[in-house]
Design a protein around this ligand. Sequence first.
Ligand code: UDP
Ligand code: UDP
Length: 458
Amino acid sequence: MAEGVVHVGLLPNAGMGHLTPFLRLAALLLKHNCKVTLITPQPTVSLAESELISRFHSQFPQVTRIDFHLLPFDATSANSTDPIFLRFESVRRSAHSLSPLLDSISPPLSALVFDLTLISPIIPVIETLSLPSFILFTSSARMFSFFSYFPSFANVSDHNHDSLVIPGIPPVPRSSIPPLLRDPNSIFARMFTEDSGKLRKFNGILINTFAGLEAESLEALRERKVSKELPPVFAIGPFEPCEFERLKKENSTSKWLDDQPQGSVVFVSFGSRTAMRREQIREIGDGLLRSGCKFLWVVKDKPIDREEKEGLEQVVGHELMDKLKEKGLVVKTWVDQNEILGHGAVGGFVCHCGWNSVIEAALNGVKILAWPQHGDQKINAEVVEMGGLGMWVKDWGRGEKDLVKGEEIGKAIRQMMNNESPKISLFKIQEAARKALGVGGNCQIMFQRLIEEWKKKD
Ligand code: UDP
Ligand code: UDP
């Protein structure tokens, strides 16, 4: 290896929401003249992941590809039916076999950047290899604060207060705590409990965020108000979407958007793995009609794309579909979300607040109507609301239990699209995002610091 070149190993876990930021980080590292090795658990859970990995390697043939083959795994022992959580667990149980694999990489790695879901099992691996290691946290700095403060909560389910007080940041309402944490046997709760007290074992935490959106959380983390045990936190976002993510095939959504007036369309999508119940899907359709707005709606019927069997008309219902076709575009396929958010016709985004989607909306200056569904999404919705990126109708709850009626949905969409929420300050956020990305901006500063640190290892 040329003198001074740093070689970074990247180890994502399952799901587009985890894989995508790792690949964007890879592209950034290449831009900063690093050598990159990408280690991906195989086979992937979704088709979207395997297609994205292929496109990534076609664009960047210089990246070394290592397929991480998982050991046999008895899913019945894991207490979950969620294919992504099961994969997290399976990767965790295979992680010890990473030692020889990482040790054989040549030239040796300067650092390993891995997914948060691998904390406990990666520790013996990095200790054996004396490998500097960094977590790429794929959610918000606020969620990371919650995660790192977690060992200080005696027992979340026993907590009687309305909110959890975390030093240095606005309190987290009880209702925002990921529901799975209330079940101590869930994979999610076990992972949190086992892992969150071990952050000091690592050299740093990378977060795809920026001070213009999360100043308070970043400061609280940097000043170790949240926890004294934290390694340095590097805010390296906002990650920009990359060329390899673009869909090559004929794109019907952009053609349709081209014909719509500026800012007139509401984009409705709940990310890569959130499927709504049929009843709720139909209420959303009704809500879109009631909103009076043009819309581009991505329907998902199953959490994993390989399992999608039924057609759009069957899922939405023929009668409703006929009405929807007159007012908007409804699709049941993977879309190029970044192209959509960047299109001038799109004026608002009904979003589940998966963190990548939030960052993409901020970058494109598209306001959000937050409708969080799972896990960290309510905590991210708080960032959206507090940061001035959008509005959130809190009493909607998560889509699984409570049915939100079309009438309410239509009203909230109208409010968002008509800018009736005074707290939204999109321009400021988009400017801050651009500034962080610009020459001499925070992104560049953080990367320089990281690379200097990685060089020291040689
Ligand atoms: N995405 C996309 N097209 C789709 C669905 C999702 O491009 O049809 C992308 C989206 O832009 C984001 C990622 O998939 O980059 C989803 O990650 P996020 O954190 O928003 O949510 P998750 O899918 O993990 O719930
Ligand atoms: N920052 C960070 N991680 C660090 C140090 C700084 O993310 O370990 C970010 C921080 O969010 C801030 C920016 O870098 O927005 C500049 O930080 P610095 O400490 O240089 O200046 P300050 O914000 O304290 O004036």
